[in-house]
Write a protein that binds this ligand. Sequence first.
Ligand SMILES: Nc1ncnc2c1ncn2[C@@H]1O[C@H](COP(=O)(O)OP(=O)(O)O)[C@@H](O)[C@H]1O
Ligand SMILES: [Mg+2]
Length: 311
Amino acid sequence: MIEVENLTKHYGQHVALDGITFAVGHGEVVGFLGPNGAGKSTTMRILTTFLAATSGSVHIGGDCVFERPNQVRSRIGYMPENNPLPIDLRARDYLVFRAQLKHLSKDMATKRVDEVVEQCGISNEENRYIGQLSRGYRQRVGMADALLANPELIILDEPTSGLDPNQVRSVRSLIRKLAGKHTVLISSHILSEIEMTCDRVIILHEGKLLASGEMNKLISKSNSKVVAEIRAPLIDIKNWVNEIALEDSELIEQKNGYVRCQFSGTKNNDAREQIFATVNERGWELRELSRHTPSLEDLFVSLTNGKEGNR
Ligand SMILES: Nc1ncnc2c1ncn2[C@@H]1O[C@H](COP(=O)(O)OP(=O)(O)O)[C@@H](O)[C@H]1O
Ligand SMILES: [Mg+2]
């Protein structure tokens, strides 16, 4: 569905994209991850034909975005970053207007507006002025607009930024419902955000492609941390930890007889199973056993590992 080859974008002297290459298949929900300034919005603007590239090629559904922008646009529903919406229009009127711009017939426009209003959960707000809607509802209006023409490809630039936790949840569940029916590309600078919504991830860093692949595989590559709180004599736990030779362990004695054990460098779930089995065998008490997935920062460190990207 999306094929990007050697895409480069310079803003004057500044290199915002430095030759990135990736592909997204039909029906995939892909996260576009990277810290602020990585080049996510720039890539999305080029994909959606709103910005010219310096060099490289982009095809959407087989059409070149530079040569056939109209065909490309008709395939895409795009919600830009900080989506500017007219505050003095009612939500429904705005969507009807947008449907006309997207060349939907009058009947079709009414039908689709009804559907997306329902789908995005704005039925109770559709007759309010956009200026009176909360940020979460404005975001839903933006998503409803992106869905209007039932596009094959939906591109959402930081759809959850600035939302409160409840709003984030509802936007996330909305995105998950789109999976399978549409190809979806979502950008975010928050790893956990992408982790919860996407199967695949493309990681950008300073205009370069750092990694691309299945979310689980990438996360399992980076070191996660296992924490266990066990009630047993410290010396017994120390001996046991030496026996099983888990890398980088840290034992902190707690006031109430528990020892907090942190193991970093555990690459899979086995450490948890191993810990649980031992605690059972030896009749120790366990009050916490958890595995902490790495943060975006950890993921970057493990992906770069001192190297400069993968190019
Ligand atoms: N219109 C512009 N003019 C000059 N520099 C820009 C412009 N837009 C973005 N940049 C710069 O390009 C880089 C990538 O920006 P952007 O694509 O917005 O990153 P992201 O969306 O990942 O935060 C940043 O360093 C940003 O400052
Ligand atoms: Mg951005």
